[in-house]
Design a protein around this ligand. Structure first.
Ligand code: G4P
Length: 288
């Protein structure tokens, strides 16, 4: 699928992030657990050279648990600390600290060797739009934290959330736009809602999702819409329209309405836990 993609404020956001990176030790990079490769931005590696890294597989509640385990294994093989969470859930984020300690092990040891025992680790949350950065920060910050910076009369500064026990979190996340040359990566990002719906052909996107579901999660469309999966993707879209009463004013089946409904059901997890990518294999449009 051809996607026309115009990264509006990319330059400004990138510059802002470059400034903020000077202030921190650790980048907590959020990835969408349903598409950990497509939601990873290669710029962060270059921008954050010399910084410690922790990856968060967020929205794990929406992803296929077996596939998420494969991803965790892959990250571990690469020696990269990774934590799997639903950022809306406070309990999931309770064990953040040990992961941060692991990610910053060398820095913490160096600080102790140099006698800076109480120097806090300063962290920034980064990721592509809609991956859950604000949710993550809000949940981690909770009520226990205190904020400083930008006080009247004080030099305009950054907002830091003091999490206690030597950890400070910058409350402004680093926003990076997804990058893709491969259209199938674009399709995956559109499906999870990280690219504005306006630039896409909804019907084509829904057809791509239908093809993927039939091959990788057979029975899903039948279970949710009573759609018999032996048909073509376009035929299945029509059966979803029929099953859900999606009609035009003239009483015809409305494929676009059915496409919206299907995409919305997928994004909100109503079709079950589905991953669009697995390690080493192609994503939507390819085999798993
Ligand atoms: P951002 O700052 O990176 O742009 O993302 P934000 O926190 O605003 O989160 C985007 C949407 O994703 C929000 O839904 C949020 O509740 C949801 N979200 C964040 N983390 C998780 C998670 O771990 N699991 C699930 N299931 N959802 C998560 P929203 O406010 O309803 O917005 P939208 O659905 O209308 O986009």
């Amino acid at each position: 699928m051809e996607i026309q993609w115009y990264p509006g404020h990319m330059t400004k956001a990138k510059r802002q992030m470059q400034e903020d990176l000077k202030l921190i030790d650790l980048i907590i990079e959020l990835l969408d657990a349903r598409v950990p490769a497509a939601s990873r931005n290669p710029d962060i590696s270059a921008l954050g050279r010399g910084k410690s890294r922790l990856f968060i597989l967020n929205k794990a509640d929406l992803a296929d648990e077996r596939v998420t385990e494969e991803w965790e294994e892959r990250f571990r093989e690469d020696g990269v600390p990774v934590m799997t969470v639903d950022s809306r859930n406070r309990a999931d984020l309770r064990s953040l600290r040990p992961y941060i300690n692991e990610a910053c092990k060398e820095r913490i040891e160096r600080n102790i060797r140099r006698g800076f025992k109480n120097r806090p680790i300063r962290a920034m949350v980064a990721g592509i739009p809609n991956v859950g950065k604000s949710t993550f920060i809000n949940t981690v910050a909770g009520r226990a934290s205190t904020k400083t910076g930008n006080r009247p009369g004080v030099t305009k500064g950054k907002q830091w959330i003091h999490l206690g026990k030597g950890l400070d979190l910058l409350d402004t996340p680093g926003i990076l736009w997804p990058k893709f040359e491969d259209p199938s990566v674009g399709t995956a990002l559109a499906l999870i809602g990280s690219i504005s719906q306006d630039v896409l052909n909804r019907d084509e996107l829904a057809v791509a999702l239908i093809g993927f579901l039939v091959s990788q999660y057979p029975g899903t469309l039948e279970e949710h819409y009573g759609a018999e999966e032996g048909r073509t993707a376009a035929g299945l879209l029509a059966s979803i329209a029929k099953a859900r009463g999606c009609l035009t004013k003239g009483g015809e089946l409305d494929d676009s309405k059915a496409a919206d409904l299907l995409l919305d059901d997928f994004r909100n997890g109503r079709l079950g836990r589905i991953s669009l990518e697995r390690p080493g294999a192609s994503m939507i449009g390819g085999g798993r």
